[in-house]
Design a protein around this ligand. Structure first.
Ligand SMILES: NC(=O)c1ccc[n+]([C@@H]2O[C@H](COP(=O)([O-])OP(=O)(O)OC[C@H]3O[C@@H](n4cnc5c(N)ncnc54)[C@H](OP(=O)(O)O)[C@@H]3O)[C@@H](O)[C@H]2O)c1
Length: 248
């Protein structure tokens, strides 16, 4: 018996980085994975990777910054899947900027994708999980949601909101056997970090007690732990996987 046998796991942002690694690992552990993202080509290639080794996956194109798109896709998923056992909200964007340099438009975009998208998928899935008698939600936040981040005022604010949305949901839904937890990665080598460049990445690594960044596969293992019954008594937690970044 694998850790996620017969479980339907929906992953937003399943087309890249942490979401992609989590999709591959969950499928390896027996889950039927529903991947969401905008990049259809990438989505199709990940589904093929999973199916080629006997796993189960399906891709749904969806811009999580658009409520219309979310409603359209969740209606399709409702028709096809009575149950979603695990929701992993991994879609996110991290544009830089301070309160002086961020435009209102970019602030809204960050919040629409990172916060409202997470809120909308949670809002949709909670009644579905309640009807099923159990559920498991993992919101991917960030260390930037718990400590300040230079030059990332919009991003860190959005991840702070995701962190406390998670804890507030846990306060209400734990008694209904719906586990809601945050996974807060530290710096992880995904396309999100590409703009730092090789030198920037090296400099960043020096600020981390572990002196390196995570690989997405290391963060995916934490997601698998939270998605599986191995974490059955973890409710409303914010699990840091950050090489010690927030320890100092
Ligand atoms: N990498 C890090 O150092 C780090 C650290 C802490 C937290 N995180 C968090 O981890 C999560 C995953 O990030 P990552 O590092 O894996 O980044 P990534 O490789 O850039 O992946 C981001 C994912 O989000 C999706 N996405 C972005 N905007 C979207 C939109 N409007 N609609 C639908 N999907 C959208 C992308 O899909 P499409 O391109 O297909 O739309 C992609 O699958 C994010 O929430 C991020 O904030 C990352």
């Amino acid at each position: 018996m694998k850790k996620l046998d017969n479980k339907v796991v929906l992953i937003t942002g399943g087309t890249s980085g942490i979401g992609e690694a989590t999709a591959l690992l969950c499928a390896e552990h027996g889950a039927k994975v529903l991947l969401l993202g905008r990049n259809q080509e990438k989505g199709a290639s990940i589904v093929k990777l999973i199916e080629d080794v006997g796993g189960k996956a399906k891709f749904f194109a969806c811009d999580v910054g658009s409520l219309e798109e979310i409603h359209r896709v969740t209606e399709i998923i409702d028709r096809e899947f009575a149950v979603v056992d695990v929701l992993i909200n991994s879609a996110g964007i991290a544009p830089g900027g301070t309160i002086e340099t961020l435009s209102y438009e970019l602030w809204d975009e960050i919040f629409n994708v990172n916060v409202r998208g997470t809120f909308a998928f949670c809002k949709w899935v909670v009644p579905k999980m309640r009807a099923h008698g159990q559920g498991n939600i993992i919101n991917v936040a960030s260390t930037c949601g718990s400590v300040g981040a230079n030059g990332l005022h919009g991003y860190s604010s959005s991840k702070g909101a995701v962190t406390l949305l998670t804890k507030s949901m846990a306060a209400d839904y734990s008694k209904e056997n719906i586990r809601v937890n945050c996974l807060s990665p530290g710096a992880t080598l995904t396309p999100m970090m590409d703009e730092l460049g090789a030198e920037g990445l090296q400099e960043f690594a020096k600020m981390i007690p572990a002196q390196r960044m995570a690989n997405p596969e290391e963060i995916a293992k934490v997601a698998l732990f939270l998605a599986s019954d191995d974490s059955s008594f973890i409710f409303g937690a914010n699990i840091m996987a950050d090489g010690g970044f927030t320890a100092i």
